[in-house]
Write a protein that binds this ligand. Sequence first.
Ligand code: AMP
Length: 374
Amino acid sequence: MILVLNCGSSSLKYRLVDCSNPANRRGGTIERIGEPGGEAADHAAALRKAARDLGLDPGDIRAVGHRVVHGGTRFRQPTLIDASVIGAIRELIPLAPLHNPANLTGIEVARELVPNAPHVAVFDTAFHATLPDAAATYALDTDLAKRFGIRRYGFHGTSHRFVSRRTADLLGRPLAELNTIVLHLGNGASAAAVAGGRCVETSMGLSPLEGLVMGTRPGDLDPAIGMHLHREGGLSIDEIDEIYQRRSGLTGLCGDNDLRRVLERRQAGDPAAALAVEVYCHRIRKYIGAYHAVLGRLDAITFTAGVGENADEIRRDCLAGLEPLGIAVDHDRNAGRCPTARIISPDHAKVAVCVVPTDEEYAIAEETAELLFA
Ligand code: AMP
């Protein structure tokens, strides 16, 4: 069994996964770690609680896979954790101040609890290490960019990798021959253009703020907006950061970050909710056009994550009007939620539109097993 840990600043997701039998798994989530009335006083207590819940016998664990958000340019693959890897993840904290410290805490606590198994870091950024320079480079002063590590890193890589591979399986076509746009639409959202299994473009950049409209994050903005808020509004950097992280996106547009609720309000005739959905879908449509051009030939578009798997209206609306590009959805095939992978485009469509449920914890277990046991 492989233990998978996804440690956030105040939460811990844990899964015990049997890679030879994907159905054999169990786990849970501990929320509000360290908060008053939370489920655990700190990450060590949370991990002990998870171990109790799983009935964990450290002797049964062949390996521990850890989700690590930022791997910088150093980590292009899942990596066996040792003291130097821990040091390198720590050095990357300035690039992921909200995520890497929590990931590190998870690693340190888990190494004490399961000392005899190998621990592997699986990086959210690694799948995007193949971005060509033209896509990864911001048009900024080269020396400045180098000094501060400014480039497009991309995130959700574990999901984009897993889903692009499953898309090839679903279509019965070799991964090496398939050009796919993956739309990971969850609380966070990102798009990736994948050519023959290699990522060539992605919408998140230096941080997970760039790109698509998200629950509370704005995605693409004119860089002048932050300066304008500072100069004209007197807002501090920390206040602007807070606005970008928590008070933008769907929340900023209509006060709700959960798209289910936004869609209900649109249905009831609420104009702010209607505009929020239009902005959300317009951004996705724009990225599809751009990534189609980047890929040249497009074989498949795949929706995944909470919104992509469940919201048929969103799948329909963000592909509306793309028929001239060979992109369309079949009304009946698209209807409802998609708990298993399926094709939702009409027969013989030029571009196959697919829904493939993502499974980040299983994917982390799979990547851990590939590194250690393949
Ligand atoms: P994730 O981050 O992948 O867990 O996705 C979570 C998001 O998926 C939630 O915030 C919801 O906005 C969205 N979601 C889940 N189910 C639905 C649904 N049936 N319709 C619209 N959005 C949904």
